[in-house]
Design a protein around this ligand. Structure first.
Ligand code: NAP
Length: 294
């Protein structure tokens, strides 16, 4: 197994991906903005070219560095998600055989039915449009440079960390969590171990497809997901709040992304990877146990 680079390696999904790839025998290099220096760690900021990427050639670069839709300033979002992607691509274009880009189901916009790899991209939030611009740039750039490319289009990734810990569990515990529009929309969730497992499987499969829709096909409303979390924590179930009130706190893009119903078929991913946590209930219980033990 050769060298791979994980960009955004200190993040929620990136940190689990590093461990997953290491356990499969890859020599993993991680590019991160901050955190502890150590073996395999490259400290760098993708908005500041030239981006440091070490001095080896990579079997694959996994790009997970991004800002979240909580950031409402389009200029700041663009500097990381579009300019950052360009800077990173320039740094690795002669140094890698393959490139895997992490994106989200927001790229498809509001879809009446099940999202699959053949669903057209129709982002209807500024956040997803900016992400899509980077996606297109990277896909075209890789094609032109003879680099294999796949995008992994994640549903809502939960687990012991990230937004799940900081925005959901902490707020549910504090009694400040509200369900935008009552939470009565179906969402497509994915456990973080499966998110990392799918990215690793995409590399193993030789980046066969230009995109993989990555979420559990299980149908669950946001309210069921949140209420299960509250019950597992042994605290009061959050109540609903109208979407216009949620927009004041979360911003319009995050509220829209959250309240847009999503469902996936999961067929393409099932050809290369078997989900460990297809059921959100057991995935949530193990995530909460891990958080309580940490
Ligand atoms: N989690 C989900 O539910 C979900 C769903 C759909 C798509 N995705 C996508 O999956 C990817 C990873 O998500 P995540 O949940 O792991 O997010 P995350 O925890 O916020 O990780 C993103 C990482 O990117 C880093 N980063 C931000 N700006 C940077 C810069 N200028 N230079 C270098 N690194 C920078 C952040 O570093 P700092 O820690 O220093 O800020 C952070 O560690 C993102 O592209 C995200 O959009 C995630």
């Amino acid at each position: 197994m050769g060298d791979v680079l994980v960009v955004g390696s200190a993040g929620f999904i990136g940190s689990v991906l590093v461990r997953t790839l290491e356990s499969r025998g890859h020599r993993v290099h991680g590019l991160q903005r901050g955190g502890a220096d150590g073996p395999g760690v490259i400290l760098g900021d993708i908005t500041k070219p030239p981006v440091p990427v070490g001095d080896v050639s990579y079997d694959c670069v996994f790009h997970l560095a991004s800002l979240t839709p909580m950031v409402r300033d389009a200029g700041v979002l663009r500097s990381v998600n579009v300019e950052g992607a360009r800077n990173l691509f320039e740094a690795v274009r002669d140094r890698t055989d393959a490139f895997v880009y992490a994106s989200g189901l927001g790229a498809y916009g509001s879809v009446d039915g099940v999202i699959s790899e053949s669903t057209p991209y129709r982002p209807d939030t500024e956040f997803a449009q900016i992400r899509q611009e980077a996606h297109q740039y990277l896909e075209d750039g890789c094609r032109g440079a003879g680099i294999r490319f796949s995008a992994v289009m994640f549903g809502d990734v939960y687990g012991p960390g990230g937004w799940f810990r900081d925005m959901l569990v902490k707020r549910i515990r504090a009694g400040t969590m509200m369900l935008p529009a009552g939470g009565r929309y179906r969402k497509a969730f994915l456990h973080v171990e499966d998110a990392a497992g799918i990215m690793s499987a995409v590399l193993n499969a030789g980046l066969e497809r230009p995109a993989y829709v990555a979420a559990s096909p299980q149908s669950v409303t946001f309210r069921e997901f949140v209420w299960h979390t509250a019950d597992a924590l042994g605290v009061r179930r959050p109540r609903g709040v109208p979407a216009f009130a949620a927009r004041l706190v979360l911003g319009k893009d995050l509220t829209k992304l959250l309240c847009t119903p999503t469902a996936v078929s999961g067929e393409a991913v099932s050809e290369i990877y078997q989900l460990k946590h297809a059921d959100y209930g057991s995935g949530l219980d193990s995530s909460i146990s891990a958080l309580e033990g940490s």
